[in-house]
Design a protein around this ligand. Structure first.
Ligand SMILES: C[S@@+](CC[C@H](N)C(=O)[O-])C[C@H]1O[C@@H](n2cnc3c(N)ncnc32)[C@H](O)[C@@H]1O
Length: 196
């Protein structure tokens, strides 16, 4: 993700009603979380398509969220919240709140010494254990074959079962990176895993 140095990013995103630290929705609908939501194409598309599901997009950098908040201007989506947060803190914010976790085109961190930073490492999968309401469900899309194979092993080691897997996946709701890689002819890997 290219980061623009935008000194006003914090101010701009805080002016958006979608950016919040309050994770409570005023209904009992399912809650889905995307970590590394980037420019928000996926989370906005999902919240428009599924008004009876709540969506939260978490992004580490305020500067990246600026473009998402611009796309949301004039939209009335009561089922969407955006948060600036490092996923390392995910288990101190969410406790039995989440139904599905989406990991879309997460940074691959290819060097072995950075393995713990991958969002599907043992470190993160352990953190996710306490965020789910019931069954733990993760859906992941990535262009990166190394990260995909690594994640499949990591899910297995952490007692997740594969429900669906597709190495040539075409989603109707796409992320910025997904569109970029599809336009280059790269196959998209998808997996949905569950743990009881
Ligand atoms: C490669 S980009 C993909 C963005 C978007 N999901 C897409 O598919 O277009 C990865 C995103 O994850 C964010 N990210 C990386 N590590 C993160 C972390 N620990 N917590 C929250 N967001 C993170 C990055 O800032 C970046 O916006």
């Amino acid at each position: 993700m290219r980061l623009k140095n935008n000194p006003k990013a914090k101010e701009i995103i805080e002016a958006s009603k979608y950016v919040t630290n309050d994770i409570v929705f005023e209904n009992n609908n399912p809650v889905c979380l995307e970590i590394g939501t980037g420019k928000c194409d996926f989370i906005i598309g999902m919240s428009q398509k599924y008004p009876d599901i709540n969506f939260i997009g978490v992004e580490k950098y305020a500067s990246v969220l600026v473009s998402g908040t611009k796309k949301l201007k004039g939209l009335e989506l009561n089922n969407l919240k955006l948060m600036v947060m490092d996923a390392s803190n995910i288990d101190s914010v969410f406790h039995n709140d989440i139904d599905i976790l989406y990991l879309n085109f997460s940074d691959p961190w290819p060097k072995k010494r950075h393995e713990k930073r991958r969002l599907t490492s043992d470190v993160f999968l352990k953190k996710y254990n306490s965020i789910f309401k019931g069954f733990k469900v993760i859906e992941q899309k990535t262009d990166n074959d190394m990260l995909f194979d690594y994640s499949l092993e990591s899910y297995k080691r952490n007692h997740y079962f594969v429900l669906k897997k597709n190495r040539n996946y075409f989603d109707s709701i796409r992320t910025e990176y997904e569109n970029k890689f599809i336009s280059k002819g790269k196959n998209i890997n998808y997996v949905k895993v569950v743990k009881l």
